[in-house]
Design a protein around this ligand. Sequence first.
Ligand code: 4NP
Length: 220
Amino acid sequence: MPFDLRVLVKRLHQSPLIQFLIPKQLTNQNLLRNVTKSGNQYNKFRTDFANEQGADFISPAALPSMAGDSKPEIKVLVVCLGNICRSPMGEAVLRDVAKKRGINVEVDSAGTAGYHVGEEPDERTVAVCRKNKVPIDSLARQVATSDFINFTYILASDENNLRNLERIRPSNGTATVRLWGSYLDNKPIPDPYYGGLGGFDKVYDQCVNLSNAFLDEVTK
Ligand code: 4NP
């Protein structure tokens, strides 16, 4: 039975058995690697977690591949203009597609503009995600220069946003900054803000296709 790695990580951080074993700098990826090692202090945690989840999946043999054991951690920032329509949907869809494919990816989103900072996603974005049973939970924020260091990939929804990202990119930025569409068909995600609900359905379909194309490329 599949389980959510985020639940496992949360339980690890909550576990009094494990807490004292977690130095601050240990990444979740390494934490997951540790928990898979047999014959160590994590034995009781593994048994308890398996009981809680009603499954026997947490065998040391099964977990490493689920935790993306030998793959580097991928951190993705999806970017649009306002961070209330396209990029929160892109964030939610990419996280959902990656989870369904068993790929360990961290996803966030941001806007190149600050008009909507602190706001929940547009109600049409939320409605389309709900309709497709994709969890969505984000608050708008503006892109920061630290994002170019903290993320491995920054995916722009259209060329305007790509240009703005390239303009503010700091010289020590390490992130790969690309048009999200460049992983599939080079098409932008059109801004649906001033249109109807149908435009948001199209953005959703595009996000699913782009998520799959992006994950195909980075897990090659
Ligand atoms: P987004 O859409 O960039 O996909 O979040 C927009 C949201 C707000 C505005 C424009 C586009 N606006 O002009 O306020």
